[in-house]
Design a protein around this ligand. Sequence first.
Ligand code: SF4
Length: 175
Amino acid sequence: MDNVIRQYHHLRAEIDQQVDRLLTLHSCYLQCQKQCTDCCMNLTVWPVEFFAIAQDLRSAGIKPAFDEQAACGFLKEGLCQIYPFRPLICRTHGLPLVYLDEQDDGPVHCVTFCRKNFAAPEAAAIAFGPDNTLDMDTVNETLARLHLAFCKAGGPIGDGEQGRMALAHLVEHLL
Ligand code: SF4
């Protein structure tokens, strides 16, 4: 299982690199800032991601509290308590993300981003494509492969949909 967790860490570093590149590329259109929590919500993750984050938090001596009232329970005064180790999806918040969407006349590439970003009139002229977006299908496929490898190595299965785990369970896991 440790090997799969290492692969997860490798994927996380790759995503961080791609995210940094997009943050620089789109800096003049992004409104993302500290204490904006618009994209935050309670999440479920694959067990491989859950246990990688749990391991990281334990190593760093971080024991987050969970606020039932917050959009994501890990928010405290507008800040993410698990920020350095937040899930991959959280690292992409606000950025232009591409997904293949099945529509009536076939699959179509859709781009999503926070509505506060790219709101400037001149942003309407941006042609989104592979060079200035993050392909989330590739990210999710890689994560799904790691999930299968983690299960094959004897990793625990979650009790959520398709064996996913609520991130909220980190709190009791770290007790
Ligand atoms: S884990 Fe952190 S970044 Fe992700 S949704 Fe929760 S508070 Fe937001």
